[in-house]
Structure formats: C-alpha cells, structure tokens
Design a binder for this molecule. Structure first.
Ligand SMILES: *[C@@H]1O[C@H](CO)[C@@H](O)[C@H](O)[C@H]1NC(C)=O
Ligand SMILES: *[C@@H]1O[C@H](CO)[C@@H](O)[C@H](O)[C@H]1NC(C)=O
Ligand SMILES: *[C@@H]1O[C@H](CO)[C@@H](O)[C@H](O)[C@H]1NC(C)=O
Ligand SMILES: *[C@@H]1O[C@H](CO)[C@@H](O)[C@H](O)[C@H]1NC(C)=O
Length: 956
C-alpha cells in the first residue's frame, strides 16, 4: 500500500473508497457563486508525509526487551478490593522509544466477582502531564469497583524475579490465563511494552476492527490507529476495540486494553503502545456468553434499536434527487420487494456541507412533501452526515455557512498548537473538525440537528468520515481559504479519470460479452496510465527520543499504520483540543465521541425515542450509541465472505447492529453476486444495499433473478422480525449476542473454532450461504447432528435434516436458494412478511416449534411500542414444550398486541393423540393437519388474539 495512484484499483482502496461521498454535479453547482471560476484542486503532495517504516518491519528496530531494565515492585498496600504497589526502574533507563518513567503505580482491584482490573500508571501524573496522557473522565466507560471483598475465581500473583511480572490464573482449574513473567515491562512517555505467554495454537478472537478471518491466528499484528482505509484486509481500519477473547477447550480468557500494535505470535501476545497507560480488565467467563455479557456490562450494553430499523434499507452514492428516491420506492412496490428506509449519501448536501440541502434535487419544500408520503407509507429516510465542517471562503460573502459560524462562535472546533483553527481537507473543500472535548461542541451539534429537522424530517443519522479523515497532512487549508471550495487531490469515482471498470469474479463466464468489453477498457486504461514504479531507494525517517518531550507527529516507535505516518489521510496528531489535549492522545476516540454527540443530538430531536445511528468509526462501548456498517468494501466474492467474520467480530465487541454494503460498494456488481448477497445480508441485523458513485445500479429489482432471490430471503427475515427484535432486547438488557459464531453455540466442538462461512442468528437459525461464484452447492456442517446431540430442520421443506455420513456436508444451493435451518429445541414466534415492518407488525401470528431429539423446545418473545427508550408498556411470552405439550405463558406489562393467532406448526412430531387439544379442549380435526412422513403437525383456525390471555396450551 505505497503511494497510491488515482487510477489504480489499489488507490481506490486507500482513498476514494475511504469515503462515502461526493459527486461533482454540474446541475447543482449552478447555485454556487464560485462555480464560474475554475475549482482549485489540492495537490497530491498535500497528503504526503515523511516515509516511515513500521517498527515490526524495520531491520534496524531496537528490541526493547534486550535494552530495558524492567521494574521492581515494592511498598505493597492492601485495599478493600485488592492492593497497590510501587514499581521502580530495575536498572539504568533505556529510553528506547521515549523517556523511561522511573516511578509507576500498580493497582490490582477485583471490581466484581467476574472482573479483575490491573492498571499501571505513572506515579507523578500532575507534575509531568506534558509527557503522559490519561483519558479524561466521561469519554469512555471506565469500569470501577462495584463490590468490595469479592470472591473471584481469578487469582493475581506477581514476582520480582528477574524483574516485575504478573500472572492471572483461574483458581478452579489452575490454568494460567495471562502471564508477563519472564518478560520485561517497558514504560516510557511514548512507548509501553508488555507481553503475555499464551498456549500453543491459541484460539483468539476480537481485537477489532479489522477485516480478517474470525479466529485471528498466531502470525498477525493488529494495529490500533483509526484509519480511513476501507476495502482493505488485515490492516488497521475505522475503529478501535482492544478486547480479545481466548478460547481454550474448555477454558476462556479475555481482556481489554488500549494499545496500537498488538502482536500475535506463536505462544505470545505483545502489546506495544505509543501512549496511554496500562489498563487491563480480565473477565472470568468461563463461557463466551458470560465473557461477552461481563465485557458489555463494563463498556456499555448495546443500544436497543427501533423495530423498523430491522427492515430493508436501500442506499447509493448517486441518488441525486427526491424524485430519484420516489422512483426507488415505486419500483420496490411495483416488484413487491419490501423496502423500509431510503438513504442518501453526500449527494443530498449543497456542496457536501452538513445540514445544508442542495436546492437542486433536494430542496426542502419538495422534501417535506416527499417525506410526508414516505412516512405515511410506513417508510423512513436516513441521510449521511460527515465529520468535517466546511469553512467558508472569506473573500466570498455568498459562501457564508451558518453551521460553521455557529460552531466557531461556540469554540467548537479543533485548533492548531498556536490556537488558530485546524483546517484539513474533506469532501466540501478545506474543513474544520468538531472538538468533542470543547465546552460548546455537543450543544452546537445538537442545535444543528434540531434546525435541520425543521426542514427535513429525517429518521436517523449515518455518521461518516469520523476516524477522523482528512485528505491532507496537517492544517493544509491555513492561509489558503480564499481558494475554497477546493477539490480533493484525487478524482472522485465516476469522474472521467477514475472510471469504474471492474466486475466480480465469474462475470466473464456468465456475461462474456460485457466482460470482454470491460477487460478491453481496463487494458487501454492501464496503458494510458501505467502503474507507478516503486522507488528502490526509500530512506526512512526515524526519530530518536528527546528527554521529557514527545514527538507526536513522528513518534520514535512507528506503529504499523496502513497510512504510514500518523498524520496521513487523518487529522494530524498535533491538532489540539480546547483543554490542551492533543489529537495524538484522543485519536482513536474521535469517532466514538461523535457517535455520543449524535446520540445526544437525536435524543433532543426525537424526545424519548431510541436514536438510530450507523457510524463508521467506533471504540469499545460505541454499541451503546450506534450501529456500524462494514464501511467500504468491494463488489466481489471475498468481500461478501469477509462480511461474516466482520459481523461476528462486531457481535463480540457489542455492536450487534451490523451489516455490510450488500452487493458490494466499490466496482460494479453483477447479477450472481447481488443475488447471493441480498440473500446473505437478509440474516444480518442491519440489512442495507449500498453502491459507489459511477458503478452500475444494483437495486434488487435490476435483475429478475435478484427480485425473486431477495423476496425469498426477505420473506424469511420479515417472518423472523419478532425473533430478531427479541434477540436485540436480550442484547440490550443482558449482553447476549445476536449474530453468533458456531464456536459460541457449540463450545465443546474444537472443529468449529475457525468456522466463519456459516453463522447463527440467535440460538435457533443456522445460515449456510454460498460464498463463491458459479456454485450450485455449498459445503457446511450441522453441529451435533452426527453425534446425535442436535436435530436440524430445513426451513424450506419443514423436515429434519438426515444424519450425514461425514461432518462436512454438501448442500444443494442453486442460485436463489440460501440454505437456512432451524435448530431442534426452538420455538419461534413469527409474523407474516409485508412490504414494511409496520404492516408486518399488524399481521397474524404463527408459532413454529422445532422439537429437539427429546421432543422438547423453548423460546420467547418480547414486544413493546418499538420506538421508546423507556417503553412504558411491554409484553413478554415464554414458550416451553415438553411431553407433547406447548405451554405459552404471557406476561402483560401494558403492551397490547391484538393480532390473531393463525398457525401453530410443529416439526419433528412422531405421532399425535386421537385429539389435539388447545387449552384443554379438542380442536376440530378439520383444523389439524398431520403429515406423518414429514413429521409435521399444523394446527389452525383458532380465532383468538395470540397474546390476549395469560397463557395457552397446545397438546398433541
Ligand atoms: C495553497 O495555495 C497555494 C497557492 O495557490 C498552492 O500552491 C498550494 O498547493 C495550496 N495548498 C494546499 C494544501 O491546497
Ligand atoms: C507470517 O505472515 C507473513 C506475512 O503475511 C508470511 O510472510 C509468513 O510466511 C508467515 N509465517 C508463518 C510461520 O506462517
Ligand atoms: C472564529 O472565531 C474566532 C474567535 O471568535 C475569531 O477570531 C475568528 O475570526 C473566527 N474565524 C472565522 C473564520 O470566522
Ligand atoms: C474468467 O476469468 C478467470 C479469472 O481471470 C479465469 O481463470 C477464467 O478462465 C475465465 N473464464 C473464462 C470462461 O474466460
């Protein structure tokens, strides 16, 4: 990923896809007073930084373990929750990548029975705060001691031989979960290193955000530096979630900390941070659900989402008017495809300025009537909001931008060290960036949303570019504002010098004529714009520590940042907050802070209603404010396959509201890929089709086969909406996961440790998608089926899956068919599919029972108004099946659902009694269908509201 060239595919991965965004619309620029003069294009050199070589790849790198003395612990003081100790340097300072800190304080505290906190901080914080940084209160959750003198299964021990090291063990099993013994602690003002041994071939998960296989493996470095670097694999990207879970068959151990490079190597994990402090939390588990729940209770349980957000969302970069959106609605209705929400990318804005509708195409008067119709139809609208704020051209009075003026007046923007505004470059041109540590920014942001809502009654917010991204290094707009609005240094997708040319793998087989034309276009383009030749003599820029002073732009230790120097394609590390805090220390929290601010803003706009926010940059705990999408991806098969481990990672990290750009963002999609992907994403919590500017259209109705495939999968999704909503309720209240790895649901089967080509939705639904082109079958496993511990039922033919000869089974999966199975032992409350969730919510209920091998099953249902933060009326239902009797217990908390009970379907029934009884009374045989071949019983004709009474029973 060297210096990108704009026309290469590699470039697009680094820059233009990084952003969602802009379109040079000739029609709209006629409203611009500056449109007559040629727009200034920022030179590409504006985004060049000095070449740096990541320490892990640097042959000249100094090994801190060899050079540094470590620490010696003394002065142990017992506390009610643990103890504290002093750590002092065990020898001469090494000053390898910073200045050694001589005196540290160790804090060990049992915060709850299942949470152990280990912290190491400089002793003299106040005196030397130039050199060290601790996250201020209130930015992220800082779990504290909740109980004193707890009894925990985790045991902390330490030793000074040969220097300070500690171990966390599990008392009950004597397992060593984490051990820094034998490895030195290095603690400098710009470098912290510590390491733990791990068992051979460890199973480690989490450490998001990254696009990588589900199980991380032991030859991998995870770097934490939030970067605008979508459509990448294995490198640092939008968010920071320094949490891992290690699974040992049969023990587990996770912990969390803040750190830029985390090296996973055979038998060890090494943390190397360029700042912050050591703040480790150990969660006892021992099972995945317990670990996840403890972690999420510590950082923030996932936000409850509004019911409608589980409907289908359609978006693209390139919807240019309200009438484009009307066409999208009309076409979905015409073809009978469910559609819940329309999204607009930056096209809606006047010259990409937040809160500012483009009067051409998106004028507010037309918008109001369009949105009224949309809302009347039960549908919703979510526009994009970018992190950066345009700063007007001071020489052009008509360029005034009140959003900027109001933010500047309230001191809401980031500054340079000299107190001037920090001015970067994003879609609108030169921009400033909100300062979430300033006194005014959150109130200003809320006010902007309130004002915007008066003109455009939107329903949720899509927050983009929040890493925070800037297309140049440093305050590149300072002194240049009279050139605003400027064009970025690279051509936008779809601009003539950056055409969209590529199609998915397999396209040449199914569409040979178009494929031939595309490859001819690629060939002529490549010869016109040859790839740059790599320079053979790069001399890397290295810095050495200066006593007591931090070099924040070029720290001595170089993390493995995908963008190279820290200031490249991002706000620079020396950008300064109102309280003097540097971006260096807050970088990974910027995206989290804007989500929190947006949550507060939407709470003000929609009083009492759950804010619906999808954000790009996240941190540990962001799930309590927002959902997340996978960011930029490609319209290709690997991107679709990677969406599964991405989603599982986000599940583990407490952001269940996750989905990927369905059918692919960058490049052209094709019928086959879009067909498979529309079906796959139907089982992800957040289900959105999104596309880049300039690529071919990819709404489901563009191809007959994709219409059918989408409707098939959506029909299952919409029937399962009550189940999905109930799963979210559990996620929100207890920290349960929604999308699940097979390894979590079947924790005793080591063969599932890496499984990420299949997944489960909650405990009951197994999805085995086709992830390759030109396939008619897919291989998958049915956990427990051969062993006889589990039963699985095919959703489509209502029958039990026969026991296969081998674990990896070939399953028929022609185009348009996504294999979906129900796990025996489940009771699923279902409603009918509809074009909107509003209509689905008023349809009759079915209850589907899939019996396990013992004839048992259970399930539950949670309902409320679907929108309130604190619903004052709820309804819960518990289902349990035993001895050929389904017991349904209904708890009324004031929510009334008057929909009737339609069918009760039971799979896995061996035989029925002479009479089937509902509430103890015989059901007329004309209302009973029993298929003894399929072992399926269907009972219907109840003529009652499903959840009106306190209970009902069905016996057979
Ligand atoms: C600032 O303006 C000068 C003068 O026009 C130009 O040479 C330079 O490239 C501009 N810098 C950026 C970062 O746009
Ligand atoms: C580790 O990964 C690197 C880079 O991906 C690769 O070159 C190397 O062969 C891998 N080492 C092992 C032992 O697999
Ligand atoms: C922003 O506000 C500062 C402080 O009030 C003021 O000095 C400055 O002129 C303003 N900048 C712009 C571009 O309006
Ligand atoms: C299609 O392209 C792939 C990858 O470039 C190639 O392996 C395959 O042979 C091509 N198939 C046809 C039918 O041209």
């Amino acid at each position: 990923m060297g210096t990108p060239r704009i026309w290469t595919k590699a470039f697009v991965g680094l820059v233009s896809f990084c952003a969602i965004g802009q379109a040079q619309t000739p029609t709209s620029s006629t409203t611009s007073s500056t449109s007559t003069s040629a727009q200034f294009t920022v030179p590409a050199s504006a985004n060049s930084a000095l070449p740096v070589i990541p320490n892990i790849k640097d042959p000249l790198a100094v090994d801190a373990q060899a050079e540094c003395p470590g620490y010696i612990a003394s002065n142990i003081q017992q506390t009610s929750s643990g103890f504290t100790a002093s750590l002092s340097l065990a020898g001469d300072a090494c000053n390898v990548y910073g200045t050694d800190i001589e005196a540290l304080e160790l804090t060990v505290e049992y915060q709850t029975a299942d949470r152990l906190h280990v912290a190491v901080q400089p002793t003299y914080l106040g005196a030397t705060n130039e050199s060290y940084y601790l996250i201020p209160e209130g930015i992220v959750a800082k779990p504290d001691v909740e109980q004193s003198n707890v009894v925990s299964d985790l045991e902390f021990s330490w030793s000074n031989k040969p220097s300070f090291g500690f171990e966390v063990t599990r008392k009950s099993t004597k397992d060593v979960l984490f051990s820094t013994k034998g490895k030195k602690l290095v603690y400098e003002n710009q470098f912290i290193e510590f390491a733990s041994s791990l068992p051979e071939n460890y199973n480690l998960y989490g450490l998001g955000e990254t696009v990588h296989g589900f199980r991380l493996g032991n030859n991998y470095t995870k770097t934490y530096y939030n970067a605008d670097a979508g459509a990448t694999i294995d490198v640092n990207v939008y968010g920071t979630h320094p949490f891992y879970m290690e699974t040992r068959y049969f023990t587990e151990n996770p912990d969390g900390s803040l750190s830029p490079d985390i090296l996973l190597e055979p038998e060890s994990i090494t943390y190397r941070a360029i700042g912050g402090s050591i703040d480790l939390y150990f969660f006892q588990g021992p099972t995945q659900p317990e670990v996840t729940s403890s972690y999420l209770k510590a950082v923030g349980l996932p936000a409850m989402q509004q019911y409608w957000t589980f409907g289908f969302h359609q978006c693209r970069w390139g919807y240019k008017s309200w009438s484009d959106l009307q066409d999208i609605v009309d076409n979905h209705v015409k073809f009978g495809i469910p559609l819940e929400t329309l999204w607009t990318d930056i096209d809606w804005m006047l010259r990409y300025r937040d809160f500012n509708n483009n009067p051409v195409g998106f004028d507010t008067a037309t918008g109001k009537s369009f949105l009224q119709r949309l809302h009347d139809g039960g549908r919703h609208y979510v526009p994009i909001f970018d992190a950066a704020i345009y700063i007007p051209n001071p020489s052009d009075p008509s360029d005034a931008y009140p959003t900027f003026e109001r933010g500047n007046q309230t001191g809401s923007f980031m500054q340079n060290p000299d107190g001037s505004l920090y001015i970067g470059d994003v879609w609108p041109g030169y921009t400033v960036f909100p300062d979430w540590l300033s006194q005014g920014a959150e109130a200003w942001w809320t006010k902007e949303f309130l004002l915007y809502y008066q003109d455009t009654p939107f329903d949720g917010a899509w927050v983009d570019m929040s890493e925070v991204s800037s297309f140049c290094v440093g305050s590149c707009g300072s002194g240049n504002l009279t050139l605003n609005p400027v064009h970025p240094w690279f051509p936008l997708p779809g601009e003539s010098s950056n055409p969209v040319l590529y199609y998915p793998e397999g396209f040449n087989v199914t569409n040979s004529t178009e494929a031939a034309a595309a490859s001819a276009a690629i060939a002529s383009f490549s010869s016109a714009y040859p790839e740059p030749t790599a320079s053979s003599t790069v001399s890397y820029f290295r810095t050495t520590p200066t006593a007591g002073v931090r070099d924040v732009n070029y720290p001595p230790y170089v993390i493995n940042n995908v963008q190279g120097a820290l200031g490249r394609s991002a706000m620079s590390p020396n950008a300064t907050h109102a309280d003097g805090t540097l971006e260096y220390d807050m970088h990974n929290l910027w995206g989290h802070s804007i989500l929190k601010a947006t949550y507060n803003a939407l709470s003000a706009v929609f009083t009492g209603i759950r804010p619906f926010i999808i954000g790009r940059s996240t941190f540990a705990g962001s799930g309590s404010f927002a959902g997340h999408w996978g960011g930029d991806n490609w319209s290709n098969w690997p991107s679709m396959a990677f969406s599964i481990p991405q989603a599982l990672q986000m599940s583990l990290l407490g952001i269940p509201m996750f989905g990927s750009d369905t059918c692919g963002f960058a490049d052209n999609t094709d019928m086959e890929l879009c067909n498979r992907w529309m079906q796959l994403s139907a089982f992800f919590p957040f289900y959105r089709n999104h596309n880049i500017l300039g690529a071919i259209s990819q709404e489901a109705y563009r191809w007959a086969s994709v219409i059918d495939a989408s409707k098939t999968a959506m029909s299952i999704r919409y029937q399962l909406l009550p189940y999905m909503y109930t799963l979210f309720y559990h996620a929100h209240t207890t920290g349960d996961t929604v999308m699940r790895a097979l390894a979590w649901e079947f924790p005793n089967d080591p063969s599932l440790a890496s499984a990420d080509r299949q997944f489960m939705l909650g405990p009951s639904i197994l999805v085995t998608p086709v992830l390759e082109p030109l396939a008619t079958t897919v291989n998958g496993v049915f956990p427990g089926l051969i062993e006889g511990t589990e039963k699985w039922y095919d959703w489509y033919n209502n029958t039990a899956v026969p026991v296969p000869a081998q674990a990896n089974t070939t399953i028929g999966a022609p185009l348009g068919h996504i294999p979906v199975y129900v796990r025996g032992g489940s009771v699923l409350p279902l409603q009918q599919t509809a074009l909107t969730t509003r209509d689905a919510r008023t349809s009759p209920w079915d209850v589907l029972v899939a019996l396990d091998k013992n004839g048992n099953a259970k399930g539950d249902l949670y309902l409320d108004d679907g929108v309130s933060v604190q619903p004052d009326a709820t309804l819960t239902v518990q289902f349990a099946v035993q001895d050929r009797k389904l017991d349904t217990v209904i708890s009324h908390g004031g929510w009334i659902d008057g929909n009737s009970l339609q069918n009760i379907t039971i799979w896995g029934v061996d035989g029925i009694d002479s009479a089937v009884k509902f509430n103890g009374r015989n059901v007329s045989s004309s209302n009973v269908m029993f298929d003894s071949d399929k072992h399926t019983l269907v009972v219907f004709g109840f003529n009652v509201s499903a959840w009106a009474g306190n209970q009902w029973t069905l016996e057979w």
